[in-house]
Design a binder for this molecule. Structure first.
Ligand code: NDP
Length: 392
């Protein structure tokens, strides 16, 4: 029996993970399941999987969680500290799928168990990549990427020498607004930006796909996880979302990873690694698909992409500021307080202010967690201050 925990169990990635665990419950000893406000789902899964403990990230949700799990023998807890304590419980495999910067600290703590951290929470690598990788080395833990693009790169690199990699190409669907005229983008509503053509994901990452902030995060993740230099990372728009990434080698060969847009592949790969096991995902009929399309991304339509290049070049706290400003801008967009294109403008303003003050001398240095949180808070404050400066 493998001891497993799922952080962010009630979300899109979490539920796909739970689906795989429920298909073979005899193989897993479920330790902790964590969620946020969806207490009913968390309790249901904790009962079905006989979890040791169910934790909600929100203190105010604890009475409800306690009520639904009364008499089951499943422990309950709530709040940030409880998430950390749940991460301390020994496991062989832990899924990190809380959305946003809130996922960083529990993931870091889980690394101390020395097992596998299946990393969906992309904010961890963007905000604190060097710290995360250093902690994994220190505690002998293995981080496996769950983002489909990084799982694809990881799979293409099995048995390869990283020195022989000439380039890594991350594909992007272009999101919900890919074919909109540029001049119409400013009018995009939350509902329009939330309708992804291929993937069924949480709302935040779906909007980030439309703005390409999601891809910008993934480019940074690629640098941090694989240690690939920024000038070797390319982005290609691929509307069908079937080729998830390509790795180009010095001999001109390109290894592409092709699969259906179903996160259970990448999650299942991480769950079964280093082996492969049958997974309940569609088998592609390439003859029926007929053709695969690729286009260069337009940096004017998607300013998040060049911004990611600059974040990687500057390093230091840039990733933490970038992510926090992006999260803040996304909150404002979802609340209807700023427009779709204002998000990139706001993030740019925060980063420009940061770069005007900081030379980022040690760009790949490990930044302590407290400093990551300080940079996060500062970026959110600067984003708030920059709102009145947005071009109307
Ligand atoms: P969702 O929004 O669907 O789920 C987020 C999860 O985090 C839920 O369990 C939610 O609880 C929980 N949560 C939210 N805020 C807090 C908090 N403050 N403390 C504790 N738990 C919290 O997100 P996704 O599953 O889409 O994404 C999860 C992560 O994986 C993100 O970092 C995303 O970028 C990444 N990712 C997602 C992909 C996808 O296909 N969805 C693909 C690749 C990466 P509740 O719902 O109960 O409130």
């Amino acid at each position: 029996m493998r001891r497993v925990s799922v952080f962010g169990a009630t979300g899109s990635i979490g539920q796909s993970t739970i689906d795989l665990l429920k298909r073979a419950p005899e193989r897993y000893d479920v330790v902790a399941l964590t969620g946020g406000r969806n207490v009913a789902q968390l309790a249901r899964d904790a009962i079905d999987l006989k979890a040791e403990i169910a934790v909600t990230g929100f203190e105010e949700a604890l009475p409800d969680l306690r009520a639904v799990l009364a008499g089951t023998g499943i422990e309950v807890a709530a709040g940030d500290q409880a998430l950390l304590e749940a991460a301390d419980r020994p496991t062989d495999w832990c899924m990190s799928a809380i959305v946003g910067a809130a996922g960083l600290a529990p993931g870091l703590r889980a690394l101390r168990n020395g097992g596998v951290l299946a990393l969906a929470n992309k904010e961890s690598l963007v905000t604190a990549g060097p710290l995360l990788m250093a902690e994994a080395r220190k505690y002998g833990a293995t981080i496996l990427p769950v983002d489909s693009e990084h799982s694809a790169v990881f799979q293409a690199l099995v048995g390869e020498d990283i020195q022989a990699v000439e380039r890594v190409i991350i594909t992007a669907s272009g999101g919900a607004l890919r074919d909109w005229p540029l001049e119409k983008l400013a009018t995009a509503t939350v509902a329009q930006a939330s309708a992804h053509p291929n993937w069924d994901m949480g709302q935040r990452i779906t909007i980030d796909s439309a703005s390409m902030f999601n891809k910008a995060m993934e480019i940074i993740e690629t640098k941090e996880f694989f240690g690939i230099s920024p000038d070797k990372i390319e982005t290609l728009v691929h509307p069908q979302s079937l080729v998830h990434a390509l790795v180009g080698f010095v001999d001109g060969g390109l290894m592409a990873h092709v699969g259906p847009p179903d996160m259970r592949h990448a999650i299942g790969y991480a769950l079964n690694w280093p082996n492969r096991a049958e997974l309940p995902v569609e088998r592609l009929d390439l003859a029926k698909i007929g053709r695969l399309e690729f286009q260069d991304p337009d940096p004017v339509r998607w300013p998040a992409l060049p911004l990611a290049g600059e974040v990687m070049r500057r390093g230091g706290a840039s990733g933490a500021m970038f992510n926090a400003a992006k999260e803040y801008a996304l909150d404002l967009f979802i609340a209807g307080e700023i427009g779709f294109q204002d998000m990139a403008q706001l993030v740019t303003k925060v980063l420009e202010r940061h770069w005007a003050k900081s030379a980022e001398g040690h760009k790949d240095a490990v930044i302590p967690l407290d400093d990551v949180f300080k940079a996060d808070q500062l970026a959110r404050r600067w984003a708030r201050e920059a709102v009145p400066l947005l071009r109307k």
